[in-house]
Design a protein around this ligand. Structure first.
Ligand code: ZN
Length: 143
């Protein structure tokens, strides 16, 4: 197990625009404030969502489109860098009008209805993602 000590930096609250892309809004906010390592939480609702499930044996993501209004029951994510660019990685549990839950890795294309994002900057660390042969994922290198 690898680990690294980090310090909490600034904290921000963001309210993405109606119909904006959820992950795109987080990346935009991070860039605006010069943040390249952080974690965040989000609550609210989406107009529609695109999530993914990682098929471990095939090392491929399976896409799931949810074309209906959904509650964001819980969403957690982090900010790092992938190929030098700011990258947001997030997972969420989303619920439909009957309270049925869906969950997964958030993809681009999650359209915001209303959302409250709390972002916590992390200092003294770089979250550069590198390809990991074992899992087929781009994981933190923590070097
Ligand atoms: Zn993920």
């Amino acid at each position: 197990m690898k680990s690294v000590k980090v310090d909490l930096g600034r904290c921000f609250v963001f309210l993405p625009e109606y119909d904006s892309d959820l992950l795109g809004s987080v990346v935009e906010a991070a860039k605006e404030h010069g943040i390249d390592a952080a974690f965040f939480m989000a609550l609210g609702a989406l107009r529609s969502a695109s999530i993914r499930y990682y098929e471990q044996d095939r090392k491929e993501y399976r896409s799931i489109s949810l074309n209906e209004p959904l509650e964001i029951i819980s969403c957690v994510g982090n900010i790092g860098r992938l190929k030098g660019e700011i990258f947001a990685h997030a997972h969420a549990v989303l619920a439909d009008k009957n309270g049925r839950a869906y969950g997964g890795h958030l993809a681009d294309g999650c359209r915001v209805f209303a959302c409250e994002i709390m972002l916590f900057e992390l200092k003294g660390v770089s979250f550069n993602r590198e390809y990991d042969e074992t899992t087929g994922l781009n994981l933190f290198s923590l070097r």
